[in-house]
Design a protein around this ligand. Structure first.
Ligand code: DX5
Ligand code: ZN
Length: 218
């Protein structure tokens, strides 16, 4: 048994009300907020960037933890602006850089935590050499770009392997995670749970968040 944190992804919320949606998620018991940044290059979709994050930070106050999921082609470009905007963790994709070491250093210099993400097609062995230098590994359970996709169960061996090798590493799953799929994530050893549409589309997000967390500590 271990405790897990639940981070709603606001991608599938009403983006015209992003600020109040963030506040609502925190009020419903979210442990942190997973903010999906897409630039139209790394993924075929565009969301928002650091100016919006700065406004969200002002809106929600200093406490909520912002996990920035950077689905961008040039992750080195946004480290400083995101830190200045109030981001707490900078989660970049291994596929988007050929100098992960430098990027990690820069994120730390900007006083953010470091998350390292891999797409479904990237093997976990490529991530492993960096584990000693990062705070969190993100194993994508869908192809990044859109909310509401089907959970890829065949990603679970990556999580199981990471958990067996690195017992105290924070491991996040993202994509298609909800009440129907959380058991698989929990069994594999994920402890940071992103869930978008399953929470956002629910009439009772508080219960969904509590349910997801409950499965992880069973
Ligand atoms: C997908 C994003 C996810 C997504 C999760 O590219 O990284 O964070 O919004 O949404 P659901 O839970 O609906 O798959
Ligand atoms: Zn995400």
């Amino acid at each position: 048994a271990y405790s897990a944190k639940i981070g709603p992804s606001i991608l599938n919320s009403d983006l015209a009300c992003l600020g109040s949606e963030c506040v609502r998620m925190m009020d419903c018991g979210a442990d942190y907020l997973h903010l999906d940044v897409m630039d139209g290059h790394f993924v075929p979709n565009i969301t928002f960037g650091h100016p919006v994050v700065e406004c969200l930070r002002k809106r929600v106050g200093p406490d909520p933890f912002f996990d920035m999921h950077m689905m961008v082609a040039k992750p080195e470009q946004w480290v400083q602006p995101m830190a200045a905007a109030g981001a707490n963790q900078y989660t970049f994709h291994l596929e988007a850089t050929n100098n992960a070491g430098n990027l990690i250093k820069e994120i730390r210099q900007n006083c953010m935590k470091v998350g390292l993400a891999i797409k479904p097609g990237t093997s976990v062995e490529e991530l492993a050499p960096w584990v000693g230098q990062i705070d969190m590994a993100l194993v994508m359970t869908v192809e990044p770009g859109f909310g509401g996709q089907k959970f890829m169960e065949d990603m679970m061996p990556k999580v199981t392997w990471l958990r067996s090798q690195f017992p105290s590493l924070d491991i996040e799953v993202d994509g298609g995670v909800g009440p129907d799929t959380i058991h698989k994530c929990a069994d594999a050893g994920a402890n940071m749970i992103v869930s978008g549409s399953a929470i956002m589309k629910s009439e009772d997000p508080r219960s969904v968040i509590a349910l997801l967390r409950g499965v992880c500590v069973e």
